[in-house]
Design a binder for this molecule. Structure first.
Ligand code: NAD
Length: 298
């Protein structure tokens, strides 16, 4: 069994990004600038957003964190977004999800300028992704593609079973892996909460992407030998033996499934770090596109 080490791979990608940032600066350009808006005080969201900001600093990006109180209205948030959309110093920005219940997430996603939508959630970018056109691929599916590529895991002609149909992971993953692309050309089966006989389907899988959010959902008797496992799930389970009071658990029963797998991602240290690295790559892309546009104008 080979561990798909997302931490190590993400560190390599960040080093590559840092080199490009140095090149940009040496050529007289500004460093890429990522802004993040967070509304409210959810512990997990604050942790994620802080990790993103810290990652920006490490690769030489500029970063701006905009913290808004829980009671921020939808209009106030839309105003913040409008300001970032026209701020030429900001190359890309994200609005950390989930948002408080009184704010319409769809409206917020639609308000972001697609050229600055480094999360790749705007319908324009989702549409381009679905058509296999150049765009910002949302960071988690992009990270999974990158992990599969860097570990040279063959996807062409393989049967990939995806469990979970969220807009941010399962659904784009199913589209990308079935496309004619370097990491793609797979036969994809998309499973979800209404799928019948899930075990019969997962037992046929060469590659399984689990994005469900149920700790240790995928057991050893649900997979065949030599399978590749991508565990996207992250659930915080209370654990008094840990300093922070919780441990992170994936959607895969790692100890038993890893005995049958050829390749498997750990949790933590698998898909999670890749997500942040790919957000940086998208921001770098946004910055380079802006520079090209400005050069054309001048
Ligand atoms: P979600 O929480 O929006 O939806 C869960 C999906 O699981 C749904 O599509 C549902 O149909 C499916 N599902 C639920 N019960 C099922 C069952 N019994 N059988 C089959 N399918 C079932 O999905 P999400 O936002 O993609 O999140 C999934 C997990 O991935 C969560 O733990 C989340 O924290 C994690 N996540 C991790 C990263 C990362 O960077 N590693 C990024 C995004 C999400």
């Amino acid at each position: 069994m080979i561990l798909l080490d997302g931490k190590k791979t993400a560190a390599e990608i960040k080093e590559e990004v840092a080199l490009e940032v140095r090149d940009l600066k040496n050529n007289g350009y500004n460093a890429p600038h990522l802004a993040a808006i967070i509304v409210g005080n959810s512990g997990a969201s604050i942790t994620y957003v802080n990790a993103k900001v810290k990652a920006c600093e490490r690769v030489g990006f500029e970063s701006t964190l905009i913290r808004l109180p829980e009671e921020t209205t939808e209009d106030e948030l839309l105003n913040e977004i409008a300001v970032l959309n026209v701020d030429n110093d900001i190359d890309g920005f994200i609005v950390q999800l989930p948002l408080p219940k009184h704010i319409n997430e769809q409206k917020v996603i639609m308000a972001v300028d697609p050229d600055k939508d480094v999360d790749g959630f705007h319908p324009t970018n989702v549409g381009k992704m679905a058509l296999n056109l150049p765009t910002f691929i949302s960071a988690t599916p992009y990270g999974i593609l990158e992990l599969l590529e860097r570990y040279t895991i063959e996807t062409s002609g393989k049967h990939v079973v995806i469990i979970g149909r969220s807009h941010i992971v399962g659904s784009p993953m199913s589209i990308l892996l079935s496309q004619k692309r370097k990491v793609g050309n797979a036969t994809v089966t998309m499973c979800h909460s209404r799928t019948k006989n899930l075990k019969e389907i997962t037992l046929q899988a060469d590659i399984i992407v689990a994005a469900i959010g149920i700790p240790e959902f995928l057991k050893a008797d649900m997979v065949k030998d030599h399978v590749t496992i991508i565990d996207v799930g992250i659930t915080r389970l209370a654990d008094s033996s840990k300093k922070n009071g919780f441990r992170l658990v994936g959607d895969v029963a790692f100890d038993e499934v890893s005995k049958k797998a050829d390749f498997i991602t750990p949790v933590p240290g698998g898909v999670g770090p890749m997500t942040i690295a790919m957000l940086l790559k998208n921001t770098l892309l946004a910055c380079k596109r802006k520079n090209i546009n400005e050069n054309h104008k001048s």
